[in-house]
Design a protein around this ligand. Sequence first.
Ligand SMILES: [Zn+2]
Length: 89
Amino acid sequence: MTTAPVPDLSCRELVELVTDYLEGSLPADERTRFELHLTYCAWCRTYLAQMRQILERAGELTEASLAPEARDALLATFRDWKKDPGESA
Ligand SMILES: [Zn+2]
């Protein structure tokens, strides 16, 4: 006996929802379908892991570029590069 069967998420749908899932903005019922699909689909598990890595790396880059200390360090590096004996600014 099955009551109100939840339609399976396709791989294509999962790919479209993956960023929402990782950002935690997916509605509870969608997240349940998402995670259900992951239990039997190795391809999507791999895809999710890769997407998570990419987003984490992108997050680090954004934070680094916004952090004042990081920007100062970068500017200091540029100043050092510009140190040219024959040039007087
Ligand atoms: Zn899949």
